[in-house]
Design a protein around this ligand. Sequence first.
Ligand SMILES: Nc1ncnc2c1ncn2[C@@H]1O[C@H](COP(=O)(O)OP(=O)(O)OP(=O)(O)O)[C@@H](O)[C@H]1O
Ligand SMILES: C[C@@](O)(CCO)CC(=O)[O-]
Ligand SMILES: [Mg+2]
Length: 388
Amino acid sequence: MTIERELFVSAPGKVILHGEHAVVHGKMALAVGLNLRTFIRMRPRKDDTVLINLPNIGTKLRWDIAQLQTLLPSFQDDPQKLEILKNFAGIIEGCKDTESLAVLAFLYLYLSICGRDLPSVDIVVWSQLPTGAGLGSSAAYCVCLAAALLTYCGRIDDPMCDETTILRWSQTELDLINQLAFQGEKVIHGNPSGVDNAVGTWGGALQYQSGSITPMERIPVLHILLTNTKVPRSTKVLVAGVKEKLLKFPDIMEPVLSSIHAVSQECQRVLKEMTAGLSMDHYTVLEELIDINQHHLNVIGVGHSSLETICQVTKSHGLHSKLTGAGGGGCAITLLRTDTDHAVVETVKQELTNYGFQCWETSIGALGVSVHLPSSLTEDVREAFSNL
Ligand SMILES: Nc1ncnc2c1ncn2[C@@H]1O[C@H](COP(=O)(O)OP(=O)(O)OP(=O)(O)O)[C@@H](O)[C@H]1O
Ligand SMILES: C[C@@](O)(CCO)CC(=O)[O-]
Ligand SMILES: [Mg+2]
């Protein structure tokens, strides 16, 4: 049974504190929800078509339901599902362009979730996150699609909203959303660890290892400066590059990944200690861990000169930075201590902006996937959707 009303869902981006790439190879990652979100709006249509509008990447496409229905018999149990969709959409093998991956992930989730009763819908996905910059935009996109399609098709409850609250799903329903979002991430990334969709689903702060998700109940309030180099890169390509290096030099690369794992463990221990009583020594250790991990990430081949520039600029003001997400460009995080002078942060931001980078001071630990009533959306989100 499809629902007959407009549905608004959002999911947060993520910041990986430590463990990117190593987490793909079974090591631990620490990741937190980011207060920049992706929003999806679904509206019923009456003309037996499906329309998807993705303004962040300039894509607007429409299909007849009858056309999509012809895919279903071979799609449902076929191990070659993705190939069927690529043929349908005319997408060539190994393709990594933004629009093709977004459309493939959408079709994959729409057909997998809605099954035999394909609904005629109008879908808009709009994000506050930069696309392909290391902040989990692909996971937020897949989590939004999975949650909205599952709800729309009646496969999970439609959380009851009132005028003031944002309501969420039960743990079992969140598990299903996360599983399907992971399938979508596989379409986009090739071989994702699952950490990004876990944060998009549950939000907060998580320890993630080999599919096992452990929420970190209490973490100190950390202030972070996020800087987007705006250098484009593809997570899929970077993850594949690390795997290649690992296969070529196993005895050299495996210890580096193990050391990244140990950095995550030590960071987690320090964060726990900080909740019991914060001292500046804790910050010093966190800074050392950031420096160590940034070197490791360079060793495994996911650094970039733009990220080194961020490290150099922030270091000249006594601050410590590392790349976050897949690297190769994209974003870096800089730890801001509680005793960091506001004027220093402003100077650093100005210097980084002069390089053409974009900076945000951010809070971390945002809420996971949520349903919204249109009236409870913030002004900027309402405005963004008003013309779409
Ligand atoms: N708002 C969006 N609209 C349409 N497609 C999107 C959107 N956000 C992400 N995508 C899809 O996700 C792809 C980017 O995913 P990718 O994993 O490379 O980067 P990321 O998720 O931002 O970074 P990371 O995985 O390192 O955190 C885009 O090429 C596009 O296909
Ligand atoms: C690079 C990576 O570790 C994080 C991307 O945000 C890939 C993944 O975990 O799937
Ligand atoms: Mg991604």
